[in-house]
Design a binder for this molecule. Structure first.
Ligand code: PEP
Ligand code: CO
Length: 448
């Protein structure tokens, strides 16, 4: 690696989405405090995830990454965390059943608090204020006080991330996975789906497999295997990330110990910019979001900078073009990576290219999301590549933020229970339905 890298070398590079704090002394005090707090994850967990992602790029595992667009400090509550964990576990069980692959469960959770914004200001009735940029930076209320960046929020965010991960670890360790009764999975929506029979067959088969395993082992499933669960967030606010970047005894390199996996957003992936500089030096597995403006040359630059040793598991490419653009955007990128012999894990985020405005809100249609995913599977297969993961914005709550799905939510329904401060998420039912579709799409992939 270039000797010039250090946890702060990004500060010499152009910085997209920079945050201006009015009180520098307060910021510095907070950063000093942050850099002394104990870590949230360990280097051996990080290396284990990297090894599993390497297997996913070889086709032996499948990545399921999901969670809120932006976690809210106000929703750092036991029921919300439990429900999010439950939906991810249930989706993963459906995927394990459908694909025969081990599924890597990676939450957008325990630190997903900073948001990139296309527009750094927001105007309402002639008043212009800084945009809401996630709870790590400012607050959502439309007042000068709430929208002014507050360094104390960095500490509050770290603490909430710690509370969240602590609770998740407790649930997972305690054998929380309630896999035993798929009939209790609130599957009413199945009755509304044109694929009802197929879904019911999958649910019954999962129930049968669990009972079979438990009979053979003479123990409950959650005692047989502890599920593994990893955390991730967008590495956007580099002062925060720098404070979490540490060396550990008996391993070379620098780890970001605030999450197992971090990704670079589509707005901050300039190969010459600060984010890419920071990311190239950390040892964690990392992702890069790829939107329609990326060129094959730029992608190859990124791959060279971020994964110069071509280390399997290090780099996940998360494409998010939208259903109408994936056919033209994705193939040249796959071909460029193939020509360069790059070992990467390809993952599809079918959310961020499909955001539309309807009834004065941001929404996404279930059919567009599904459409992009189906095309992604087809394109990779046609080109002899492999889609090894999916990335969703979802919640375990019954919100009404995305339209469509088996219950055919409409634009009018958006008024009923729209809670996201930022992007619209799949609700519990829509997310589970999506898992069923992927499972039937990947029929026995790892058994072949
Ligand atoms: C996100 O994942 O919430 C996000 C902002 O994505 P992207 O960088 O792909 O726009
Ligand atoms: Co989002």
């Amino acid at each position: 690696m270039d000797a010039a890298w250090s946890p702060s070398s990004w500060q010499t590079k152009p910085m997209a989405q920079a945050v201006e704090y009015p009180d520098q002394a307060a910021l510095e005090r907070v950063l000093r405090e942050l850099s002394c707090l104990p870590p949230l994850v360990t280097s051996w967990e990080i290396e284990r995830l990297k090894a599993q992602l390497a297997e996913a790029s070889g086709g032996q595992r499948f990545l399921l990454q999901g969670g809120d667009c932006a976690e809210s400090f106000e929703e750092c509550r036991s029921d919300v965390i439990v429900n999010k964990l439950k939906i991810l576990l249930k989706m993963s069980l459906v995927l394990v059943h459908g694909t025969g692959c081990n599924v890597i469960r990676l939450g957008r959770i325990a630190g997903q608090y900073a948001k990139p914004r296309s527009c750094l200001t927001e105007t309402r009735q002639g008043v212009t204020l800084p945009s809401f940029r996630g709870w790590l930076i400012n607050r959502p209320g439309f007042t000068v006080e709430e929208r002014t960046p507050d360094p104390e929020l960095l500490l509050r965010g770290y603490e909430r991330a710690a509370l969240t991960i602590n609770f998740i670890r407790g649930l997972v360790e305690g054998g929380f996975a309630d896999f035993h009764h798929p009939e209790l999975w609130d599957l009413d929506f199945v009755n509304h789906s044109p694929h009802a029979d197929e879904y019911r067959r999958i649910v019954q088969a999962i129930g049968g497999s669990i009972r079979f395993l438990e009979t053979v082992a003479d123990r409950r499933l959650d005692e047989i295997t502890r599920v593994e669960f990893y955390t991730s967030h967008e590495g956007l606010h580099l002062l925060y990330e720098q404070a979490q970047t540490r060396q550990v005894p008996r391993r070379p390199g620098w780890y970001n110990l605030a999450a197992h996996f971090l990704w670079i957003g589509d707005r901050t992936r300039d190969p010459n910019g600060a984010h890419v500089e920071y990311f190239r030096g950390i040892a964690n597995p990392i992702g890069v979001k790829l939107g329609p403006s990326i060129t094959p040359e730029e992608l190859l630059d990124l791959v060279r900078i971020l994964n110069p040793q071509n280390e399997p598991g290090r780099l996940t490419l998360i494409h998010r073009f939208g259903v109408s653009r994936i056919d033209s955007c994705l193939p040249p990128l796959i071909e460029a990576i193939q020509r360069a012999g790059g070992v990467v894990l390809w993952c599809c985020d079918p959310m961020h290219g499909n955001t539309i405005a309807a009834a004065g809100r941001k929404t996404r249609s279930f059919d567009d999301i599904l459409g992009e995913l189906e095309r992604a599977f087809d394109i990779h297969k046609r080109l002899g590549s492999r889609l090894g993961g999916v990335h969703f914005e979802l919640t375990g709550e019954n919100v009404t933020e995305c339209i469509g799905g088996a219950r055919k939510l409409t634009e009018e329904d958006l008024q009923r229970d729209y809670r996201s401060d930022v992007d619209p998420r799949l609700n519990y039912e829509q997310a589970l339905e999506m898992a069923f579709v992927i499972a039937s799409r990947l029929q026995g992939r790892c058994r072949q």
